[in-house]
Design a protein around this ligand. Structure first.
Ligand code: SAM
Length: 220
């Protein structure tokens, strides 16, 4: 898999990754991580958790991945890593690692895969997570509330009924049991660059969707 480290990209094997995460009792994977700040912050706030950000736009993770690589006293985060990949081609090296999988304010093909939904993408996400692990998604509901705009993007109406009728069975078939879906009142649980940006824009609404990874390891 390709790891972003400042301006450099490196090729890592599963063995490289295992050596790095050894000793950390928990792993968080954030798919569609954007600039990586959420992963950097999470790594600082939870030193016992190895935090991995994944995004196809490696150049946007340059600054934060460089900061994370410095000495701890200078803001380094030895428990943070940034991987260049899209959700449609997730590296096998990440398989079965996550106790927590986060998806914060996804857009484009990541968003549509989650809400249409697209079973191969759900299955690929499930393969990242350990049995019993959790998925936490924060979705920008305002995109769906603007029906003409959402329709132009090919997005469905994201309502509680859609979650029950379309998402619940598809997520379950992929090995995710949806636990909760609701609009978030007040502060969203994850502080991310997009979350802050959207909170500043008045009237923005965020939907929280959580699920538990059920069954054994997801099929490869
Ligand atoms: C609105 S930004 C949110 C970034 C970050 N999670 C945050 O909250 O600040 C959406 C992110 O989804 C990523 N994204 C879009 N399509 C994707 C795909 N197919 N696979 C993985 N990430 C994707 C984009 O590169 C972008 O970084």
């Amino acid at each position: 898999m390709i790891v972003q480290l400042g301006k450099t990209s490196l090729s890592w094997t599963r063995a490289d990754l295992e050596a790095k995460i050894a000793g950390y009792p928990r792993v968080l994977i954030d798919v569609g991580t954007g600039d990586g700040r959420f992963v950097y912050r999470s790594a600082g706030a939870h030193p016992d958790t190895f935090c991995i950000g994944v995004d196809p736009a490696g150049e946007r993770m340059r600054e934060v991945s460089w900061r994370a690589s410095r000495k701890v006293a200078r803001g380094g985060r030895p428990n943070a890593l940034f991987v260049v990949a899209s959700v449609q081609a997730l590296p096998e090296e990440l398989g079965g690692l996550a106790h927590t999988l986060t998806l914060n304010f996804p857009w484009a093909s990541l968003l549509s895969a989650l809400v249409l939904p697209e079973p191969p993408v759900l299955e690929a996400l499930r393969r990242l997570v350990r049995p019993g692990g959790e998925l936490i998604a924060l979705l920008n509901q305002s995109v769906f509330d603007d029906r003409p705009y959402a329709a132009r993007l090919g997005l469905p109406e994201l309502s509680d009924a859609w979650v029950e009728e379309a998402l619940r069975p598809a997520y379950l078939a992929a090995g995710f049991a949806i636990r909760e879906t609701r609009m978030v009142e007040g502060e969203v649980p994850h502080q991310t660059s997009w979350g802050q940006h959207l909170t500043l824009a008045s009237g923005r609404r965020t939907r929280l969707l959580t699920a538990e990874a059920i069954g054994g390891a997801a099929p490869g």
